[in-house]
Design a protein around this ligand. Structure first.
Ligand code: ATP
Ligand code: MG
Length: 353
């Protein structure tokens, strides 16, 4: 049983508050991701759970057991580091066995557990190889096997995929998620890649300057960001600013009126909102908008063809940019300056109080 509780955890380096009064409970078996820009405190927080960084104040517990006062090797955590930290002078099997030897476990049991861990990460055939004979993805799996072989209660991963190319990263994140679910192990995963976080997590904490900006399930964080920072960090968006219109369900941005969910704020109040590029559906020729949807007009500025998706930047009447993601662009000869219309469901607009 390893739910993880952090209670009022703090850590500063000089004047930098790397981790600022963090409290959190992660459920047993949950895949929890710390996501945020460089320097926001992800690694520091993870290292505090692992036992490689001290807390200034606060407590960390696994279940009922307080662990922040224990040395790292007695916390029962397995950690995978960004650079794998594989020993180049040890063969694959000896790299994986390392943690078990340090724990004074008998040779036959070590052999059996190493073989099992290597089977788990699909490297059974590679046990006798040297690290320099492995690919990046294989090295990364050795690092995971080495963390799992000690049968930790909690698996901690610090940007484990950042050294891999894009395709392998996608493949490996699926494997990590599957392995975590098969073993039912609690995991904390650190990344600054929002797509990776969305793809594999049960819950995500978006961090900013040592604090949690928002915690939630991937869909919640993406669809209902609680702040402009989260909206912009979680992929591309249109972050617009305007004033509440007369009917209480619109916001005027320059000369353009956007329909939004009903607002409490009085007419004229300055307000910002987010509208995702893929929530805007291009209307071709005289096509009508679906029932209950609103329409916004803009002039094409730039178009970027990406295969399945075409990214468009258009300009609103007063010149502000509007980004649109157009799936499966029909063979149209669009050129800069062409007038375009986009439909959107007002419910897809996130207004920030
Ligand atoms: N040992 C240290 N000494 C001094 N400052 C540190 C130390 N470790 C971290 N910091 C500072 O604490 C802050 C948080 O660092 P941390 O490494 O946790 O960020 P991060 O979110 O993991 O960033 P990245 O995505 O770049 O890995 C940064 O401002 C960093 O410079
Ligand atoms: Mg880091």
């Amino acid at each position: 049983m390893a739910n993880i509780t952090l209670d009022g955890v703090n850590r500063s380096f000089g004047s930098v508050r790397a981790v600022h009064d963090i409290s959190l409970t992660i459920a047993d078996g949950e895949f929890f991701t710390l996501l945020g820009p460089s320097g926001c405190g992800k690694t520091t927080l993870l290292r505090m759970v692992a036992g490689f960084a001290e807390l200034e104040t606060g407590e960390i517990r696994f279940g009922e057991r307080r662990i922040d006062t224990l040395p790292a090797h007695r916390r029962n955590t397995g950690m995978v580091f960004q650079n794998y930290a594989i020993f180049p002078n040890l063969k694959v099997s000896d790299n994986v066995a390392y943690g078990l030897r340090a724990r004074k476990i008998g040779a036959p049991e070590i052999a059996e557990r190493v073989a099992r861990a290597l089977r788990l990460v699909k490297l059974a055939e590679h046990n006798d190889r040297w690290p320099h004979q492995l690919s990046g993805g294989q090295l990364q799996r050795v690092a995971i096997a080495r963390a799992l072989v000690i049968e930790p209660e909690v698996l901690l991963l610090d940007e484990p995929l950042s050294n891999l190319d894009a395709k392998l990263r996608v493949e490996m994140r699926g494997e990590i998620r599957q392995l975590q679910q098969t073993l039912g192990i609690t995991a904390i995963y650190v990344t600054h890649d929002q797509e990776e976080a969305l793809a594999i997590s049960d819950r995500i904490a978006v961090m900013r300057a040592g604090r949690f900006e928002q915690i939630g399930a991937p869909e919640e964080i993406y669809r209902r960001p609680s702040t402009p920072f989260v909206a912009e960090f979680m992929g591309t968006t249109n972050l617009l600013q305007g004033n509440v219109g007369s009917n209480g369900a619109s916001i005027k941005v320059g000369g353009t009126e956007f329909a939004v969910p009903r607002l409490e704020a009085p007419e004229g109040t300055a307000i910002s909102f987010s509208l995702r590029p893929e929530a805007l559906r291009p209307l071709i020729d005289n096509e009508a908008a679906p029932d209950g949807w609103a329409v916004v007009s803009a002039k094409l500025a730039r178009l970027e063809f990406l295969g399945a998706l075409t990214r468009i930047e258009a300009n609103l009447s007063h010149g502000a940019p509007l980004r649109v993601a157009w799936l499966d662009l029909p063979l149209h000869r669009l050129k800069a300056g062409d007038p375009l219309r986009f439909a959107y469901d007002p419910a897809r607009v996130t207004v920030f109080a």
